[in-house]
Design a protein around this ligand. Structure first.
Ligand SMILES: Nc1ncnc2c1ncn2[C@@H]1O[C@H](COP(=O)(O)OP(=O)(O)OP(=O)(O)O)[C@@H](O)[C@H]1O
Length: 272
């Protein structure tokens, strides 16, 4: 068996990360490689180089934003905390995301990333702290969010109507956005006949249909093939260039060069 994870963890500690955090990152990285059906060194390259890259990204997540001017604040969390019964999921979370910025929420399974994103969307009330968000928000859940017996066009019409769009405009916008993810919805095909990755593309399109200023995305690329995955990050860059704010829950630490802020929930206070 490959000793890549051990070497990676060792290098992270050598570069100054806490051993527990290094262990967690190493386990997550190995898990990602497993999800891609490949070895970590094939996916990420040599362990010591990837460790250096990752530590640099984690320490200087604001580098990307220096290249252009950020816009107004679209989301501000201050001292946000959430408990389920007596269990604190996270506490004291601060995050400010402006137009033209991308924030990544990272951390181990179960540390509360989806919960926090739902707090950002206003779907869950926090137990502590304040949340201010812009009015036009698009939320893309990790899965679900679509009706299996409706077609893509019918989803466009339905979600468009909720945002005050006439059916024709909703359908043409949906088709246009789908094309940017290299997807052409087949007329008459219900969602239950779509692959998991294509269903996620539909979720993404629905989240963006009404032209939100703030996009909240919960691992939206699950099931994407490599090309679609690259299209997705290309799209994130396009949103950013267009002055939108994006918050994305991700496990894919090698994409952190695409983001302006990294909120590591596993490292935030109160949730471990
Ligand atoms: N409605 C709920 N009631 C009670 N506990 C919940 C509820 N929703 C989530 N939890 C718990 O809160 C914790 C955080 O869950 P959450 O789904 O936010 O984690 P996550 O970081 O997104 O996980 P993953 O990486 O696996 O998607 C978990 O322990 C989960 O079991």
């Amino acid at each position: 068996m490959s000793d890549w994870p051990a070497r990676f963890e060792e290098e992270l500690v050598r570069l100054g990360l806490q051993p527990a955090r290094a262990r967690r990152l190493s386990a997550e990285t190995a898990e990602q490689a497993g999800e891609h059906g490949t070895d970590p060194d094939r996916l990420f390259g040599p362990a010591h180089l990837y460790a250096r890259h990752l530590v640099t990204e984690l320490r200087a997540p604001a580098l990307v934003s220096e290249r252009h001017v950020s816009g107004p604040v679209m989301l501000r969390l201050a001292g946000v905390g959430k408990r389920y019964r007596r269990r604190t999921v996270f506490s004291g979370v601060d995050l400010t995301v402006r137009g033209g910025e991308v924030a990544a929420i990272v951390g181990a399974n179960g540390c509360g990333k989806s919960t926090l994103l739902r707090v950002c969307a206003g779907l869950i009330r926090p137990d502590a702290g304040t949340v201010h968000r812009t009015r036009r928000v698009g939320f893309v859940p990790q899965d679900g969010g679509t009706a299996s017996w409706l077609t893509a066009d019918e989803h466009f019409t339905l979600f468009g109507a909720a945002a005050g769009m006439v059916p024709r405009k909703a359908r043409s916008t949906g088709t246009h956005l789908a094309a940017r993810l290299a997807w052409r919805p087949a007329p008459g095909q219900p969602v239950q006949q779509l692959s998991g990755g294509t269903r996620q593309k539909l979720n993404l399109v629905l989240g963006e249909l009404h032209g939100p200023d703030l996009l909240l995305l919960d691992e939206p690329y699950q099931g994407f093939d490599q090309g679609s995955y690259l299209d997705f990050w290309q799209q994130v860059r396009a949103w950013r260039e267009a002055g939108r704010a994006v918050v994305v829950v991700t496990h894919l630490l090698h994409e952190l060069q695409n983001v302006d802020h990294v909120l590591d929930l596993g490292a935030a206070g109160g949730n471990r």
